[in-house]
Design a protein around this ligand. Structure first.
Ligand code: HEM
Length: 320
């Protein structure tokens, strides 16, 4: 994720960055009484606001020093070429554009970098972990996926991105996992800019609205046998995250839906398919798979999945 955002900046301590990000996500997801009783907000009773400000200023300091490093890179062709494609460079170009309609302030650049780090870091590994858990719980679905991988990729090749469009069962497996285990179960809070009436309920301007996608995606009135892991349901119909019937919302909907969908779908598909194509997976003796989750900004497994990989490909060279 960080290499997509700002390439390989050797001045960054990635372990420290990851630790700080985990702490920031916890602060971000902590229930704040001021959100429920805005009159209490000035007192910051739990100290969440001051902590968040401190954490933000640490991240913004890191981004500022990276941006300054960028500015010090001269017109040396090689260096310029290396940084030209990363996200930070694209944002800085928008910052330097200087036209009022589309240029970004430096604070907006820093906020967007942090936004993408928070949104893109835990979501994909969590989706992969839930997918592998469901496949291990359902050996018949795992076998079907292995058969598809054998047919499309074959065991003489290594899984690569170019095979993804042909892996339709894999796509259905990931969609079904996101139906049962949406990583953002309540999406992100939305705030209407106008008072609206929806289904007879008045939603006042400025109030905070949470959408319970988790419950909608398990609703008996909307899905057949909703608690069953059944990827085939996505092969038989064309339910998709962009359709407008609002029963399947793993990436949200409308103008504020996830901006990372295409990266997320490709990375999750590449990771799951590489794991399943290259290895046979077994659970350690006596382990029972748990589906318990842990509520937070991202809906993670309560207990991490532990599984043992056994090489499946005939040629050990393929693992290098
Ligand atoms: C499987 C992985 C992912 C899932 C399930 C997911 C899901 C979501 C959901 C549900 C929202 C809130 C939408 C709403 O409230 O209507 C969201 C927002 C967002 N996501 Fe993702 N996401 C994933 C990966 C990513 C990645 C990899 C990135 C970045 C590269 C990303 C960037 C964002 C951003 C920036 C927003 C905020 C959009 C806005 O408020 O305008 N997401 N995502």
């Amino acid at each position: 994720m960080t290499s997509t955002l700002w390439g390989d900046d050797p001045s960054q301590d990635l372990i420290e960055l990851r630790k700080r990000l985990d702490e920031f996500i916890i602060t971000f997801a902590t229930l704040n009484v001021s959100d429920l009783f805005p009159i209490l907000a000035p007192f910051d009773l739990q100290g969440i606001e001051s902590k968040a400000k401190e954490q933000l200023s640490w991240f913004y300091g890191v981004f500022e020093s990276m941006i300054n490093n960028r500015r010090n890179i001269g017109d040396d062709g090689k260096e310029k070429e290396k940084i030209s494609k990363d996200f930070m460079q694209q944002l800085l170009e928008l910052h330097q554009r200087g036209d009022d309609n589309s240029s970004l302030s430096l604070n907006e650049v820093k906020a967007l970098l942090l936004d993408l780090m928070v949104a893109g870091t835990d979501t994909i590994p969590t989706t992969v972990e839930w997918t592998m858990t469901e496949l291990l719980r359902h050996p018949d679905k795992m076998t079907k996926l292995i058969e598809e991988l054998n047919m499309v990729v074959g065991n003489q090749n290594t899984m690569e991105e170019c095979y993804i469009p042909q892996l339709v069962y894999l796509d259905a497996v990931i969609k079904e996992t996101l139906r049962l285990h949406p990583v953002a179960p309540l999406l992100l809070p939305h705030v209407p800019s106008e008072t609206t009436i929806i289904g007879g309920y008045t939603i006042p301007k400025g109030c905070r609205v949470f959408i319970n996608a988790w419950a909608m995606q398990r609703d008996l009135e909307l899905w057949d046998d909703p608690l069953r892991f059944q990827p085939e349901r996505f092969l038989e119909t064309d339910i998709n995250h962009w359709d407008n019937n609002f029963r399947y919302l793993p990436f949200g909907s409308g103008r504020r839906m996830c901006v990372g969908i295409s990266m997320a779908k490709k990375m999750a598909a590449l990771l799951v398919s590489s794991l399943v194509h290259s290895f046979e997976w077994r659970l350690p003796e006596g382990t029972k798979l748990s589906l318990e989750d842990k509520f937070g900004l991202v809906l993670k497994k309560r207990e991490s999945l532990v599984a043992i990989p056994i090489a499946r490909l005939p040629n050990l060279e393929q693992y290098k």
